[in-house]
Design a protein around this ligand. Sequence first.
Ligand SMILES: [Zn+2]
Length: 56
Amino acid sequence: MEEQPSVEGVTYVCARCGRELRPQDFELLHSIKCVYCGSKIVYKVRKPYVKRIKAI
Ligand SMILES: [Zn+2]
């Protein structure tokens, strides 16, 4: 079975420009801020479709 790491289901949305950001983008910058406009205010968004609940 192949489970996606939980980090895959989390993205960020910039509060200023509204663009979607990924955790990998922050790793490149070594800080939490928008790679497009430089805003440090980002919202954490969890994508509901990524998480799967197994039916037994
Ligand atoms: Zn931005």
